[in-house]
Design a protein around this ligand. Structure first.
Ligand SMILES: Cc1cc2nc3c(=O)[nH]c(=O)nc-3n(C[C@H](O)[C@H](O)[C@H](O)COP(=O)(O)OP(=O)(O)OC[C@H]3O[C@@H](n4cnc5c(N)ncnc54)[C@H](O)[C@@H]3O)c2cc1C
Length: 462
């Protein structure tokens, strides 16, 4: 790959020090680019952010499945190969969570903040940005302001990209103090014994479940203000909305009992509520899949009906928020760069949840890709994340202008391009096919890593 002459490092501006913005900054700086990172916290907080630190996890503390059998496991592995800051800190702040990668959220965000602040090429600014052209127009820009982008910038983006900017709702689950959980009723176990006793399980018999269900569906929720017609993302649906779909819907969703045995009865309960460790010290547990929009007093009343949670104390109540994403197909290319005529001759990238990828890991992956593309563009180089990699599959998804009803998307094997059937390495069994796809993808990512090392060497100070 050709490399440019050595000059003063060029500069890249990034708005938003969330998961995507921090990852983009780290990747850009690793390639030798100077990064200006603008974050409005702590002066201004979104409705979901509470901490002063960067890369705050606003709801669950889980980065989901770790295994390659699940596409999100592959996405994480790809990012680890590319020295992802978020993955590095997530591994360091890991807490037990069965087959998932979950973190102590404070330790995680504090470590990211420290590493960003200590990087000699990253310059952080505590400042809300109101308009895209507010920062120097000659400097490439990455907008990574997330699903709760502050209003002024949100309007500016909508003006430039057209009025089809979309909103939907997202919800967060409550977090409880561990010492308020009655462990004489609840028991520790992981589903099918995978992951030891990482989860706390609250078992219900049929009567308890039906009584809980009846109260849940009639409990009072916070009023939607002005967004009545917005849709709810299926993957983050409030537990009370899911319940309304049918008496057994929760038993096939967040309250499914399969693979769990109550040690008291030796049997599978009728339904189970699972709690996952939320911090290193194991003082906090979140209620898995119980994102909710109920009033606080209703959360107390209804969730305390769950056996084991009768005296539960809430460290944080569940809440629901607006979520914003742009109509990326036709506006962004597969490098997350804004296309003409929307770019108006400027170099602007988008990254994170705002682009229509969905989830912590996916938002990070888009930040990683946008950061690498933006930095390489400034250094006169380029790489391609092919659609047979998980990172590339997400980029192709958000830039695929043939998609009519564009909806936020989690990574899944369905969108990763499989090996061509004529390739002798392509196998038939579904599990093997996933492993083959993963292996193929990781080989490609290793090649990309080697190409990037070439730039990193060139740009190092020796
Ligand atoms: C309430 C809620 C709960 C969610 N729960 C989960 C979950 O449990 N699991 C999951 O995988 N995903 C979840 N998501 C989805 C998504 O993964 C997260 O929102 C994720 O943090 C997105 O990363 P991001 O980097 O795009 O945005 P963020 O992490 O939100 O980062 C954006 C940053 O930009 C800053 N900012 C915003 N506007 C401006 C401005 N004008 N100027 C300067 N700074 C600005 C914000 O303060 C913030 O720090 C949730 C989303 C919401 C809204």
């Amino acid at each position: 790959m050709p490399v440019p002459e050595r000059l003063d490092p060029p500069r890249l501006n990034i708005i938003g020090a969330g998961l995507a913005g921090c990852e983009a900054a780290w990747q850009g700086a690793s390639l030798g680019v100077r990064v200006g990172l603008f974050e409005m916290k702590p002066d201004r907080m979104t409705p979901a952010h509470r901490q002063e630190y960067f890369a705050e996890l606003v709801c669950s503390n889980s980065f989901r499945a770790a295994s390659l059998e699940n596409a999100v496991g592959l996405l994480k592995e790809e990012m680890q190969l590319l020295d992802s800051l978020v993955m590095r800190c997530a591994m360091a702040a890991r807490v037990p969570a069965g087959g998932a990668l979950a973190v102590d959220r404070d330790a995680f965000s504090m470590m990211i903040t420290r590493m960003i602040r200590e990087h000699p090429l990253i310059f952080t600014h505590s400042k809300e940005i109101f308009r895209m052209d507010e920062l120097s127009e000659d400097v490439p820009l990455i907008i990574a302001t997330g699903p709760l982008t502050a209003d002024a910038l949100s309007h500016d983006i909508a003006d430039r990209l057209g009025s089809e900017q979309l909103h939907f709702f997202d919800a967060a689950a409550p977090v409880l103090y561990a010492d308020s959980i009655d462990m004489s009723t609840a028991f520790r176990a992981s589903r099918y014994g995978k992951g030891g006793d990482d989860y706390i399980n609250c078992p219900m018999d049929r009567e308890q479940y039906l009584a809980f269900y009846q109260e849940l569906i009639k409990a009072e929720a916070v009023e939607f203000r002005g967004f009545e017609h917005a849709s709810v993302f299926e993957g983050c649906m409030p537990v009370e909305s899911m319940a309304v779909r049918g008496v057994d819907t929760l038993r096939f969703g967040p309250m499914k009992p399969v693979g769990l045995q109550d040690p008291k009865t030796g049997k599978e309960p009728h339904a189970v509520v699972q709690l996952r460790q939320d911090d290193h010290a194991a003082t906090l547990y979140n209620i898995v899949g119980f994102q909710t929009h109920l009033l606080k007093r209703e959360q107390q009343r209804v969730f305390r009906m769950i056996p084991g949670l009768q005296k539960a104390e809430f460290a944080r109540y569940g809440a629901m928020h607006r979520n914003t994403y742009i109509q990326s197909p036709g506006r962004l290319d597969a490098s997350y760069r804004l296309m003409e005529p929307y770019a108006r001759g400027k170099t602007i990238y988008f990254a994170g949840q705002l682009t229509g990828v969905e989830g912590y890991v996916e938002s990070t992956a888009s930040g990683l890709a946008a950061g690498i593309h933006a930095a390489l563009g400034m250094l006169g180089g380029s790489i391609e994340f092919m659609p047979h990699t998980a990172i590339g599959a997400l980029a192709r998804y958000i830039s695929d202008s043939s998609i009519r009803d564009f909806q936020p998307m989690n990574i899944n094997y369905g969108i990763i391009q499989p090996m061509h059937p004529s390739d002798p390495r392509a196998r038939k069994a579904k599990k093997d096919r996933k492993m083959q796809t993963a292996e193929n993808s990781l080989n490609t990512i290793r090649d990309i890593r080697d190409k990037l090392v070439h730039y990193k060497k060139y740009n190092s100070s020796e």
